[in-house]
Design a binder for this molecule. Sequence first.
Ligand SMILES: Cc1ncc(COP(=O)(O)O)c(C=O)c1O
Length: 358
Amino acid sequence: MVVRKVDLRSDTVTKPTEAMRAAMANAEVDDDVLGADPTACRFEAEIARITGKEAALFVPSGTMGNLISVLVHCEIRGSEVILGDISHIHVYENGGISTIGHVHSRTVKNNSDGTMDISLIEAAIRDPKGELFYPTTRLICLENTHANSGGRCISVEYTDRVGELAKKHGLKLHIDGARIFNASTALGVPVSRLVQAADSVSVCLSKGLGAPIGSVIVGSKSFIAKAKRLRKTLGGGMRQIGILCAAAYVALHENVGKLEGDHKKAKVLAEGLNQIKELRVDVSSVETNIIFFHVLEGSEVIVEKLTQFLEKHGILVMPVSSSGIRLVLHHQISESDVQYTLSCIQQAVRLHVGSAGN
Ligand SMILES: Cc1ncc(COP(=O)(O)O)c(C=O)c1O
């Protein structure tokens, strides 16, 4: 029996489409470390245009994009960055900004919508008068969409206010825009407007956009010139990257328009899950393609067994705690996959996967 496969672990799991594979096969390439790969140059120019920044640089991953950006803004020893306590940079990037960049982190509590209170950000900025004791604040980081808050969107008004605050104190603003196209789609605001206040943005190509590999950082020409040197230092200077940029080009043109559908499917799935007695989803917080659901206290359902049951039925999910599971929609999940997932979860709950030992 062929088991259907529905992979909801992340939007990073998508496979390149036929059009991407064809574009990769036919890409015109050269040595990008020498600045000579025509497909990479064209792609970077296109991303700079879309984001409204002067220049762009292809990097192997979102983690490297964030690391390079923070390090460029904090190149002076003793720098500090203000960032959310559950931001991706702080939680999931191996503390690279500290271990590799010697940048000190000052965390501010992330609200449930992914923002940080502006008053708390301002209070976290170090008083230059105390420089004998304090590190020097040089950067604020935002994340849009905010992954750990369930893919919630950071509004343009909020971003502008943080940008004004940064300017007032002579700081830079970086946005981890791994899913900035999801935010742009959900808010109905062009990416360029959404990131207008930012000095730099890292954009993932291999998440909602569905390209196989890569991220891009954007900013001023002088920022990108420094970023290019750092990319080389970190071993991220790659040669014929036009192959990867060609796929990303297709992703940009084929898949941005599909994000709205992904968000609709996420909403349908979240609403369906919320109707299952033992489970809870804050449906109003599902603004883009990420869903966190949890098992209600006192329920017989055990996350580990539910996950195993789903896996047997070809559905892959990401457990995030003893009572919570994360699901992420992407362009290779169909409406019928959503219905299949709902019916399998209903079935699992009905069978009391858990202490009953099924
Ligand atoms: C918000 C956010 N930023 C950055 C990254 C890092 O991207 P990569 O996995 O390409 O290093 C991720 C990855 O999931 C992410 O969700």
